[in-house]
Design a protein around this ligand. Sequence first.
Ligand code: TXA
Ligand code: MG
Length: 326
Amino acid sequence: MTIIFTKIPINDDTLQLCSKSLLNNQLICIPTDTVYGLAGVATSDEAVKKIFAIKNRPTYNPLIAHFYDVDHIGEYCHLNDTEKKICDIFMPGPLSLILDKKPNSNLSKLCSNNNTQAVRIPNHHKTLSLIKMCNKPLVAPSANISNGLTTTSPWQIEESFKNNPIDEQIYILDDNETKLGIESCVIKVIDNKINILRHGSFNTNDFLQHGFEITTNYGVEENNILSPGMLSKHYSPNAKLRLNATNIIDGDHALLAFGDIHFHIPNHIKVKNLSPNGIISEASHNLFNFLWELDKNNIKQIAVMPIPNYGVGIAINDRLYRACAI
Ligand code: TXA
Ligand code: MG
């Protein structure tokens, strides 16, 4: 018994087929602007339970619900003026906002955290059409086993869930590589200030430029865990990562480079350059793709060159550090 994935192209017929399956409590892998998601209807306990089981995800780690527009979010969650302004400026886009649920919201309790719900509107028009066809929000964590590498291409989803003993048939809506390649920035508004719980393609400067006040605590505030997923080891390849490498040492088998390389590379080292010209958004697009490729080659240790800590580089460094956490 195993999960059988079937890759299908995205067109009107397949979107219809997938919306019917979703409304029937089945799961579908969907592309978004950031990464692939393992989606189910957010109001269905049955679908949400399946997501947790297939990912082997701890039940304390809540899920992001995906909506087609801000009014759709407003049907399920409360939005104050600051939150509305954030939605108007940054959505659709790579941002998840943690909101209070409305008391009569029928979102599955299993995907929320203390009556809060993470919401987002992905900037991907075909996936937005699918949500509209379902006329229900879709919860979708990244389409990978818990703690493993995030998936940004359909083949990686099959690889991530291979050997999974659960008996399921799941369609993957195939849209090749996702554009941004790194998960959404997760934020919560507290006392009118934006609290960044997970960095993504948006960062502090994007919010400051629009006049918002910021606090950054990466999800932990005086023993109060704001975002359970941010604590543990995460995003890990099978290979060991050696960060901030400025040379190659014994034990390295590959180099994950960024920009110009000014040191000697022995012949046996496999080199993948995240962005030869030092463009940080290109590096985020390539990050998980290259880690997946190196893992497929059974590389044991990867030397990773320093990645500049600005823009989406902050999110890249965050993912690399968590990948190395014990
Ligand atoms: O780009 C993305 O966000 C992708 C695509 C598929 O949309 N999804 C994604 O989901 O990365 P996931 O489950 O891998 O990460 C969601 C993160 C976790 O760190 C989780 O703890 C946090 O968001 N989160 C979700 N709901 C929350 C809530 N109600 N309160 C606090 N943190 C929450
Ligand atoms: Mg994830």
